[in-house]
Design a protein around this ligand. Structure first.
Ligand code: PEP
Length: 252
């Protein structure tokens, strides 16, 4: 395993106070020798970005945001723009998470968010994933259509894109209910093939592919070893420092 690995902690609203965010970031920094070779991004909720940025100053751990406005600037009450995220020290942003798509975030909105993120100099983690599977394999065409939001983005933008494959049926469960490595491998090959049809083939093959959906210490190693992926987008297990460190250790 010699490819660079990336693990993104999607804290959602699990870590919800400045004290717990500071405690987590400090503990993670202290243990960095345990996960040498793994790039780590912490994605707290907006109000916690500043405290986490402060604690990560001078470290190799990067800051991420959980979403971004599809608009450039005012007037959009409640939105947070790419420029605002950049000022806050953010370098990665998650777009198209299934929990946001469930609140009516459309592919058109996801495309606009991607554009805003890339124009604003951020790396974008595009989430795709089917709600359920059937024997006819309709999940493949769904993933293909979700990846189509990448069409018409400048070709050089491809170096700032990360695809997170997150089957909705596997999110928020336990490692026993998560996807198996062999099924993941099939999907990750499909995603690479689809990207290669949209972009320059060499560049497309460099797009990191993450898996998300009940990654825990118990399944991290096998998913990484069998899934043909570059890392993980982790939800619930990323909010517990010991579990998160165990995941990082399992794939270093
Ligand atoms: C997610 O929602 O991005 C996620 C991966 O969640 P969990 O790890 O809790 O399944």
């Amino acid at each position: 395993m010699n490819k660079r690995r990336l693990v993104v902690a999607n804290w959602k609203m699990y870590i919800d106070s400045p004290e717990s965010a500071r405690r987590f970031a400090t503990a993670l920094r202290k243990k960095s020798r345990l996960y040498k070779g793994v790039d780590v991004v912490l994605a707290p909720a907006f109000p916690l970005l500043a405290v986490v940025a402060e604690k990560l100053k001078g470290s190799v751990i990067r800051l991420g945001a959980q979403t971004i406005s599809e608009f450039e600037d005012a007037p959009h009450t409640g939105d947070v723009s790419a420029a605002m995220l950049k000022h806050a020290g953010v370098s990665f942003v998650i777009v198209g998470h299934s929990e946001r798509r469930a609140q009516n975030e459309t592919d058109a909105a996801v495309h606009a968010q991607l554009e805003r993120a890339l124009l604003g100099g951020l790396s974008a983690i595009l989430c795709v994933g089917e709600k359920e599977r059937d024997v006819a394999g309709s999940h493949f065409s769904l993933i293909e259509s979700q990846l189509a939001v990448l069409k018409n983005l400048p070709h050089k933008a491809v170096s700032k894109i990360i695809v997170a494959y997150e089957p909705v049926w596997a999110i928020g469960k336990t490692s026993a209910e998560a996807m198996k490595g062999s099924d993941l491998r099939e999907m990750s090959i499909f995603i690479k093939k689809t990207l290669a049809e949209q972009f320059d083939r060499v560049a497309a093959l460099k797009v990191p592919i993450l898996y998300g959906g009940s990654v825990e210490p118990g399944n991290a190693h096998s998913l990484m070893a069998e899934g043909d992926i570059n890392g993980f987008l982790v939800g619930h297990a990323s909010a517990e420092i010991d579990q998160f460190l165990d995941i990082l250790k399992a794939i270093r």
